[in-house]
Ligand binder design. Structure first.
Ligand code: 5GP
Length: 178
């Protein structure tokens, strides 16, 4: 299982899409209480649930891990963990899953400079007032030191997404055969 970690607008979602479309990985669908963004679909981007539904799932012990990010709940349900899966998590969730999966977890951290993340956020229509605090918070939250392990550290300075995805796939194949 590949755990993909990166700040908002670091390119992680697009890289995950490439891995699914061109390299045969399957995206693990996680669960969130946030509202869908434009183009996002329930059951494809996330399982979108209400806060009440989320709490019920938690009580039923459905999650491997859950976290709060930007005042919304996010969680990985046990039923959604799959073979050759790729999952996008913030560092707390990633650490919990690393604990659960042990050596089966390959952790990829994507770093992208603040200037580029800001440009992408503006382009995708994020509210201007929210961009600055989010960039600042993300720099702290997504620091390498917050992860219990990082197997592959990638820098995305507008590198083609296919090339980033190929690096991850090569690494995954190497780990499988070593
Ligand atoms: P976004 O709302 O931008 O899609 O995601 C916000 C953050 O939540 C991202 O850093 C993403 O990796 C993280 N995230 C998505 N699903 C989960 C999950 O199931 N658990 C945890 N801990 N984080 C998640």
């Amino acid at each position: 299982m590949i755990i993909l970690v990166g700040a908002s607008a670091s390119g992680k979602t697009e890289v995950a899409k490439q891995l699914v479309m061109n390299f045969g990985y399957k995206k693990c669908i996680t669960t969130t209480t946030r509202t869908p963004r434009q183009g996002e679909e329930d059951g494809v981007s996330y399982h979108f649930v209400s806060k009440e539904e989320f709490k019920k799932l938690k009580m039923d012990n459905a999650f491997v891990e859950s976290a709060t990010y930007q005042n919304e709940y996010y969680g990985t349900q046990k039923k959604d963990l799959i073979t050759k899966g790729i999952i996008i998590l913030e560092p707390n969730g990633a650490n919990a899953l690393i604990d659960y999966l042990k050596e089966k977890a390959l952790v990829v951290l994507i770093y992208s400079p603040k200037r580029l993340r800001k440009e992408r956020m503006i382009k995708r229509g994020d509210q201007l007032a929210k961009i600055k605090p989010r960039l600042k918070k993300d720099d702290r939250l997504f620091a390498k030191k917050n992860l219990t392990k990082v197997d592959l550290y990638l820098v995305n300075k507008n590198e083609p997404l296919e090339s980033l995805a190929a690096k991850i796939d090569n690494f995954y194949q190497e780990c499988k055969t070593s």
